[in-house]
Design a binder for this molecule. Structure first.
Ligand code: COA
Length: 200
């Protein structure tokens, strides 16, 4: 597949690596801010080519990634998933359009993953989980069976969640947290056990 990468920061490097290693082709790297000129040997431009099979949004921030995803879909382009060849994704797992799955990720049976999601390096998503659109499961996260992560949530690096619990939409789970109770929508929860962190 010929893929357009939208974004030219550190996260885009890892997206490009996954595309190259999976045997697909990066046909353009787009930086709408026009601040970056080249990335990993690719010229970075603001011009969207017409001969691509699809795009992927390589932006870490969930709200910004969702906005750009909707913008490029509205132009008529198709979002494509990117899966690093070292990822182990069970046969019955559905991956939504534009979702990226990085090196060493494991996704087990019965899990569904929405659109424009980041399954970051080495995270493990066990059976029967539900990962909502635009969520980000950071490096090294462990979700046990039946965990629900709603739209736009960020599960921070190295966090974990016990079976059957949930993380609300646009919630943030801090790095290293242990989720043992549901995290409500929009809440930031940190620590082990994870508890809501109130702004000071
Ligand atoms: C939880 C988090 C969102 C808070 O960010 P923030 O609002 O900028 O918070 P601050 O850095 O100002 O810290 C505020 C307080 O929370 C504490 N804190 C921050 N992150 C924490 C965490 N993960 N666990 C426990 N305490 C944490 C700080 O020590 C500080 O405590 P203090 O007030 O006693 O000094 C952030 O620290 C975090 O863990 N983000 C995850 C990032 C990530 O994994 N991204 C994926 C990249 S690929």
């Amino acid at each position: 597949m010929r893929v357009i990468v939208i974004g030219a920061g550190g996260h885009a490097k890892v997206v490009i690596d996954a595309i190259e290693r999976s045997g697909d082709e990066v046909v353009a790297v787009i930086d709408e801010t026009a601040r970056t000129k080249s990335l990993l040997g690719y010229e970075v431009s603001t011009r969207v080519p017409s001969d691509a099979d699809g795009f992927v949004i390589a932006i870490g921030d969930n709200a910004m990634r969702m906005a750009r995803f909707e913008h490029y879909l509205a132009t008529g382009l198709r979002a494509v998933p990117v899966v690093h060849p070292s990822a182990i994704v069970a046969d019955d797992v559905h991956l939504g359009d534009g979702t990226v799955v990085f090196a060493g990720v494991i996704v087990n049976r019965g899990t569904t993953v929405g659109e424009n999601v980041i399954l970051n390096t080495g995270c493990r998503i066990d059976h029967d989980c539900r990962i909502g659109d635009h969520a980000h499961i950071a490096p090294g996260v462990s979700l046990s069976g039946g965990v629900a992560v709603s739209e736009g949530a960020l599960v921070g690096v190295g966090a974990c969640a016990i079976p059957g619990t949930s993380i609300g939409s646009w919630a943030t789970v801090g790095a290293g947290a242990a989720v043992v109770d549901p995290v409500p929508d929009g809440v930031t929860a940190v620590g082990a056990p994870a508890r809501e962190r109130h702004a000071t």
